[in-house]
Design a protein around this ligand. Sequence first.
Ligand code: ZN
Length: 321
Amino acid sequence: MRETVRGRWQRIAGVAVVIGSLFALALTATAGGGSKEKGKMKQLTPEEERVIAHKGTEAPFSGEYLKHSEDGTYTCRRCGQALFRSADKFDSGCGWPSFDDALPGAVREHADPDGLRTEIVCASCGAHLGHVFTGEGFTQRSVRHCVNSISLEFTPAATAPATSRALFAGGCFWGVEHHFSMEPGVLHVTSGYTGGHVPSPIYEQVCEGNTGHLEAVEVVFDPKVTSFEKLARLFFEIHDPTQVGGQGPDIGEQYRSAIFVVDDEQRRVAKKLIALLREQGLDVATEVREAGPFWPAEAGHQDYYASKGTLPYCHVKVKRF
Ligand SMILES: [Zn+2]
């Protein structure tokens, strides 16, 4: 008898399930043995093993993430792969955590051997997660990834630090401080000295030279309102980054242009902006250096222009980006 298209698809699907099961079995065997390739796999408890490796189901309304509503990411309990976002979690009333979407490529689906349900597994390690159902109308997407809590682990959303810090040297600190203190998201600007080898320097020492210090400003900002990149762009627009050995009329090593970075991300951004300026033909002299101790300058140097009621003579904003 001639095989129908439908029959052929069923046979192909059957073979796929067998191959999939063999693959999952192989992975299970590997994980169980604590193999070398899967060295990062977590050692499972007997109950985790029953659900994750042997496709069991935890009792409904018993899992730790059923009523969990924190902001973050659900990962595979066995291998740590990120699987679901809390933003896609909803209450289906079914007794297991429900998600109407998975992270791209994170979850694989295949038909259960009984052909009735569609199993979902971690695409990275094959851990059994649960089943996926469609067309139920619970949410706009009408998809329900019904997942055992025990197959998951939760990582809270990274909480941004309350404030961040940046250090810029662009000539006389009075003018640099003036511009940064007007910038939205900037909480506090302090004029001071950094980059040298003399502890607690005073203005006269720095002016004389031989301290290695640069006049600089410490900018404390709210990363929810502004960013290091935005501030660094401003920095390059309020001074001439191509001038060597000084800034404007102020000549001396303490007036050099530099960014003192506090981490690798700031370093990356600073170098990126310098590369952008060089593409425009600017021969940028700004040094990118690692942040060290910062010594606030004497009170008379803080908020200089604001307290005098005048404007900087040496720092005027020029559009460069
Ligand atoms: Zn996994």
